[in-house]
Design a protein around this ligand. Sequence first.
Ligand SMILES: [Zn+2]
Length: 311
Amino acid sequence: MASIITGLFPHQHKVTSNDPPQPEGMPNREFYQTSLFAEGRDKGLHVFFIQRGELSDQAIATVAMRLQARASDGRYDLGADELAAVLDGDTRDSDDKVRAVIGHLARAGVIRPAPSSPDRVRGRIEGPFDGRARAACRTSAGESTRARWSQYRAVWKFVESNACRRTAILRHFGDRSTPAPTAGVPCCDVCDSSWVPAAPAAKSSRKRPSGAPVVAAGDLDAAIVEVVETADPAVGRTRTVEILRGGRSQALVKSGHDGLPAYGTFDHLTAKQVMARVDELLGAGRLRSTGGMYPKLEVAGPADPQLETAA
Ligand SMILES: [Zn+2]
């Protein structure tokens, strides 16, 4: 079922243990609409992005070697895209990784970065990338990963906790006082369940094709496919991302794309995250591009077969 969460095959996503349990007797289709499932998918995405950010020793060494090779008089100045390309073989989503590797190398005393525009990587070589530097980088990268998992646990502990939210937030900031909500105002969703918002629904029903399902929060792949299938006029990659993130561009509003059921359902993700997912669906053959001057997206292949059978 992790395949449903990430839309990738198990050998790709390596997510194995964070799926919500499906209540016995509940049909798959119904289960996918529940808030429990949506939450599981949010967790899955969280795991996915943490794991995607992990850096191997090899990745760090590759960047270090490239910086050394391109340095002259002990200084380097090259495009961030060049490093992204050596890091991953493609530049998509690698900017954050490049920045992370630069940080580890700097902490290990191998380089001293200089201020530069986001698309350049500049600085000075400070020391060799030897065994000591390699070990220091590994420690630094390990600390970053641990920090991300610690954030993961903290966030989801807060979400899943049955303790008063106000108290939890006060304690987080070291405040030992008792929450004192204004009279007549509910304390929080734990203390007063009438405070829990209704399940997410489409923000607008204008132009909504009959029979189109309302996309459950967290269901990114389904939402992307739905936008591609139902958008009229047809949309390309950028517009798809804009729609899912609730963009207000003139062209978008003029096309009536803000009336699609999935409009704005993923405004909690960055454009980069949504675009990465669109590109993965393209790479996996789920979507295809029409090509040409203004390429549009089309639904091409079937969903991951496990989508229908896994539970
Ligand atoms: Zn409370």
